[in-house]
Design a protein around this ligand. Structure first.
Ligand SMILES: CC(C)(COP(=O)(O)OP(=O)(O)OC[C@H]1O[C@@H](n2cnc3c(N)ncnc32)[C@H](O)[C@@H]1OP(=O)(O)O)[C@@H](O)C(=O)NCCC(=O)NCCS
Length: 173
Protein backbone atom coordinates (compact mmCIF):
# COMPACT_ATOMS: atom_id res chain seq x y z
CA UNK A 1 0.00 0.00 0.00
CA UNK A 2 1.03 3.54 -0.53
CA UNK A 3 3.47 5.56 1.46
CA UNK A 4 1.25 8.58 1.99
CA UNK A 5 4.12 11.04 1.74
CA UNK A 6 5.58 9.97 -1.58
CA UNK A 7 2.97 11.01 -4.08
CA UNK A 8 2.71 12.73 -7.42
CA UNK A 9 0.50 12.84 -10.45
CA UNK A 10 2.25 12.59 -13.74
CA UNK A 11 2.67 10.20 -16.64
CA UNK A 12 -1.08 9.85 -17.00
CA UNK A 13 -1.32 10.29 -20.75
CA UNK A 14 -0.34 6.80 -21.78
CA UNK A 15 -2.88 4.85 -19.74
CA UNK A 16 -5.09 2.39 -21.56
CA UNK A 17 -8.71 3.03 -20.76
CA UNK A 18 -11.58 0.73 -21.49
CA UNK A 19 -15.16 -0.11 -20.74
CA UNK A 20 -17.09 -3.29 -20.21
CA UNK A 21 -20.86 -3.07 -20.67
CA UNK A 22 -21.85 0.01 -18.69
CA UNK A 23 -18.60 0.28 -16.69
CA UNK A 24 -15.95 2.72 -17.82
CA UNK A 25 -12.41 2.66 -16.47
CA UNK A 26 -10.82 6.09 -16.89
CA UNK A 27 -8.38 8.50 -15.31
CA UNK A 28 -9.69 10.35 -12.28
CA UNK A 29 -10.59 14.00 -12.73
CA UNK A 30 -11.19 16.90 -10.38
CA UNK A 31 -14.96 16.32 -10.37
CA UNK A 32 -14.33 12.86 -8.83
CA UNK A 33 -12.73 14.45 -5.77
CA UNK A 34 -15.55 14.02 -3.23
CA UNK A 35 -16.36 10.45 -4.20
CA UNK A 36 -12.67 9.57 -4.08
CA UNK A 37 -12.38 11.07 -0.60
CA UNK A 38 -15.20 8.80 0.59
CA UNK A 39 -13.59 5.74 -0.97
CA UNK A 40 -10.20 6.64 0.49
CA UNK A 41 -11.85 6.93 3.91
CA UNK A 42 -13.38 3.48 3.44
CA UNK A 43 -10.05 1.93 2.45
CA UNK A 44 -7.85 3.83 4.92
CA UNK A 45 -10.16 4.67 7.86
CA UNK A 46 -7.26 5.44 10.22
CA UNK A 47 -6.04 8.34 8.08
CA UNK A 48 -7.63 11.69 9.01
CA UNK A 49 -10.24 12.91 6.50
CA UNK A 50 -8.38 16.20 6.00
CA UNK A 51 -5.34 14.28 4.85
CA UNK A 52 -7.36 12.44 2.20
CA UNK A 53 -8.84 15.76 1.04
CA UNK A 54 -5.47 17.48 0.85
CA UNK A 55 -3.73 14.61 -0.87
CA UNK A 56 -6.46 14.03 -3.45
CA UNK A 57 -6.69 17.73 -4.22
CA UNK A 58 -2.96 17.84 -4.92
CA UNK A 59 -3.09 14.78 -7.16
CA UNK A 60 -6.22 15.76 -9.09
CA UNK A 61 -4.99 19.31 -9.61
CA UNK A 62 -1.78 17.90 -11.05
CA UNK A 63 0.43 19.44 -8.39
CA UNK A 64 2.69 16.57 -7.50
CA UNK A 65 4.54 16.50 -4.19
CA UNK A 66 7.35 14.51 -5.78
CA UNK A 67 8.22 13.65 -9.35
CA UNK A 68 7.38 9.93 -9.35
CA UNK A 69 4.59 9.21 -11.84
CA UNK A 70 1.30 8.28 -10.21
CA UNK A 71 -2.22 7.95 -11.58
CA UNK A 72 -5.63 7.29 -10.11
CA UNK A 73 -7.96 5.17 -12.20
CA UNK A 74 -11.67 5.11 -11.47
CA UNK A 75 -14.49 2.80 -12.50
CA UNK A 76 -17.53 4.85 -13.48
CA UNK A 77 -20.79 2.92 -13.48
CA UNK A 78 -23.12 5.69 -14.65
CA UNK A 79 -23.15 9.43 -15.13
CA UNK A 80 -20.21 10.31 -12.91
CA UNK A 81 -21.06 7.70 -10.27
CA UNK A 82 -17.94 5.81 -9.20
CA UNK A 83 -17.79 2.20 -8.06
CA UNK A 84 -14.09 1.97 -7.35
CA UNK A 85 -10.59 3.31 -7.78
CA UNK A 86 -7.02 2.17 -8.09
CA UNK A 87 -3.87 4.19 -7.49
CA UNK A 88 -0.73 3.03 -9.22
CA UNK A 89 2.71 4.59 -9.27
CA UNK A 90 6.30 3.69 -9.98
CA UNK A 91 8.74 2.59 -7.32
CA UNK A 92 12.47 2.27 -7.81
CA UNK A 93 12.33 -1.26 -6.40
CA UNK A 94 9.92 -3.67 -4.73
CA UNK A 95 10.40 -6.88 -2.74
CA UNK A 96 10.85 -9.88 -4.98
CA UNK A 97 11.28 -7.81 -8.15
CA UNK A 98 14.34 -7.17 -10.28
CA UNK A 99 16.23 -4.49 -8.28
CA UNK A 100 17.70 -2.93 -11.40
CA UNK A 101 14.35 -1.81 -12.84
CA UNK A 102 11.57 0.40 -11.66
CA UNK A 103 8.33 -1.36 -10.84
CA UNK A 104 4.66 -0.46 -11.17
CA UNK A 105 3.18 -0.47 -7.65
CA UNK A 106 -0.46 -0.83 -6.63
CA UNK A 107 -0.82 1.73 -3.83
CA UNK A 108 -4.57 1.56 -3.30
CA UNK A 109 -7.37 -0.55 -4.75
CA UNK A 110 -10.99 -0.37 -3.73
CA UNK A 111 -14.40 -1.36 -5.09
CA UNK A 112 -17.57 -0.38 -3.20
CA UNK A 113 -19.18 -3.35 -1.49
CA UNK A 114 -22.35 -3.28 -3.60
CA UNK A 115 -20.27 -3.45 -6.79
CA UNK A 116 -17.89 -6.29 -5.87
CA UNK A 117 -17.65 -9.62 -7.71
CA UNK A 118 -18.60 -8.03 -11.04
CA UNK A 119 -15.12 -7.86 -12.52
CA UNK A 120 -14.55 -4.16 -11.71
CA UNK A 121 -11.45 -4.80 -9.61
CA UNK A 122 -10.07 -6.93 -12.42
CA UNK A 123 -10.66 -4.12 -14.97
CA UNK A 124 -9.01 -1.51 -12.77
CA UNK A 125 -5.99 -3.74 -12.24
CA UNK A 126 -5.67 -4.52 -15.96
CA UNK A 127 -5.69 -0.78 -16.76
CA UNK A 128 -3.03 -0.17 -14.08
CA UNK A 129 -0.86 -2.93 -15.52
CA UNK A 130 -1.22 -1.42 -19.01
CA UNK A 131 -0.11 1.93 -17.64
CA UNK A 132 2.93 0.39 -15.91
CA UNK A 133 3.82 -1.48 -19.09
CA UNK A 134 3.65 1.78 -21.03
CA UNK A 135 5.99 3.34 -18.45
CA UNK A 136 8.56 0.68 -19.36
CA UNK A 137 7.96 -1.70 -16.45
CA UNK A 138 8.22 -5.44 -16.84
CA UNK A 139 6.92 -6.15 -13.33
CA UNK A 140 4.13 -4.84 -11.14
CA UNK A 141 3.97 -5.33 -7.38
CA UNK A 142 1.47 -4.85 -4.60
CA UNK A 143 0.90 -5.65 -0.95
CA UNK A 144 -1.93 -6.18 1.46
CA UNK A 145 -2.53 -6.75 5.14
CA UNK A 146 -1.99 -10.26 6.48
CA UNK A 147 -5.59 -10.45 7.74
CA UNK A 148 -7.10 -9.31 4.43
CA UNK A 149 -7.79 -12.75 3.04
CA UNK A 150 -10.12 -11.53 0.29
CA UNK A 151 -7.45 -9.22 -1.07
CA UNK A 152 -4.92 -12.04 -0.98
CA UNK A 153 -7.27 -14.36 -2.86
CA UNK A 154 -8.07 -11.70 -5.45
CA UNK A 155 -4.39 -10.89 -5.99
CA UNK A 156 -3.59 -14.56 -6.48
CA UNK A 157 -6.61 -15.08 -8.76
CA UNK A 158 -5.28 -12.25 -10.92
CA UNK A 159 -1.78 -13.69 -11.30
CA UNK A 160 0.15 -12.20 -8.34
CA UNK A 161 2.49 -14.45 -6.40
CA UNK A 162 3.48 -14.06 -2.75
CA UNK A 163 7.15 -13.04 -2.48
CA UNK A 164 7.46 -12.11 1.18
CA UNK A 165 5.65 -11.76 4.51
CA UNK A 166 6.74 -9.09 6.99
CA UNK A 167 6.30 -8.34 10.67
CA UNK A 168 6.71 -4.63 11.48
CA UNK A 169 8.16 -3.49 14.83
CA UNK A 170 8.54 -0.24 16.71
CA UNK A 171 10.25 0.91 19.89
CA UNK A 172 9.95 4.25 21.65
CA UNK A 173 13.33 5.97 22.09
C1 LIG B 1 -10.05 -6.41 -3.69
C2 LIG B 1 -11.24 -5.78 -4.43
C3 LIG B 1 -10.77 -4.44 -5.00
C4 LIG B 1 -11.66 -6.72 -5.58
O1 LIG B 1 -12.65 -6.06 -6.32
P1 LIG B 1 -13.81 -6.86 -7.12
O2 LIG B 1 -14.38 -5.91 -8.10
O3 LIG B 1 -14.76 -7.50 -6.18
O4 LIG B 1 -12.96 -7.99 -7.87
P2 LIG B 1 -13.40 -8.80 -9.20
O5 LIG B 1 -14.86 -8.97 -9.22
O6 LIG B 1 -12.77 -8.15 -10.38
O7 LIG B 1 -12.73 -10.21 -8.95
C5 LIG B 1 -11.52 -10.62 -9.59
C6 LIG B 1 -11.23 -12.06 -9.20
O8 LIG B 1 -10.89 -12.14 -7.82
C7 LIG B 1 -11.49 -13.30 -7.24
N1 LIG B 1 -12.36 -12.86 -6.15
C8 LIG B 1 -13.12 -11.75 -6.08
N2 LIG B 1 -13.73 -11.66 -4.89
C9 LIG B 1 -13.36 -12.74 -4.19
C10 LIG B 1 -13.64 -13.21 -2.87
N3 LIG B 1 -14.45 -12.54 -2.03
N4 LIG B 1 -13.08 -14.37 -2.48
C11 LIG B 1 -12.25 -15.04 -3.29
N5 LIG B 1 -11.93 -14.64 -4.55
C12 LIG B 1 -12.49 -13.50 -4.99
C13 LIG B 1 -12.21 -14.03 -8.32
O9 LIG B 1 -11.36 -15.02 -8.85
C14 LIG B 1 -12.44 -12.96 -9.36
O10 LIG B 1 -12.38 -13.46 -10.66
P3 LIG B 1 -13.72 -14.09 -11.32
O11 LIG B 1 -14.80 -13.06 -11.15
O12 LIG B 1 -13.32 -14.31 -12.74
O13 LIG B 1 -13.97 -15.34 -10.56
C15 LIG B 1 -12.45 -5.60 -3.48
O14 LIG B 1 -12.74 -6.84 -2.88
C16 LIG B 1 -12.25 -4.57 -2.38
O15 LIG B 1 -12.37 -3.37 -2.61
N6 LIG B 1 -11.93 -5.01 -1.14
C17 LIG B 1 -11.78 -4.08 -0.01
C18 LIG B 1 -10.53 -3.23 -0.14
C19 LIG B 1 -9.30 -4.09 -0.32
O16 LIG B 1 -9.08 -5.06 0.37
N7 LIG B 1 -8.46 -3.66 -1.29
C20 LIG B 1 -7.24 -4.34 -1.60
C21 LIG B 1 -6.19 -3.87 -0.70
S1 LIG B 1 -4.62 -4.03 -1.48
Amino acid sequence: MKNRYLRSASGADSVTMGSVSDICVRLAQLSDHDQLVRMHEALWPKTPAEEHVRELTQILEGKPVVTTPLIILVAEVSDGVLAGFLEVDLRSHADGCNPSRQVGYIEGWYVAENHRHKGIGRRLLAAAEDWARNQGCVEVASDTWVDNEVSQRVHEALGYEVVDRCVHYRKTL
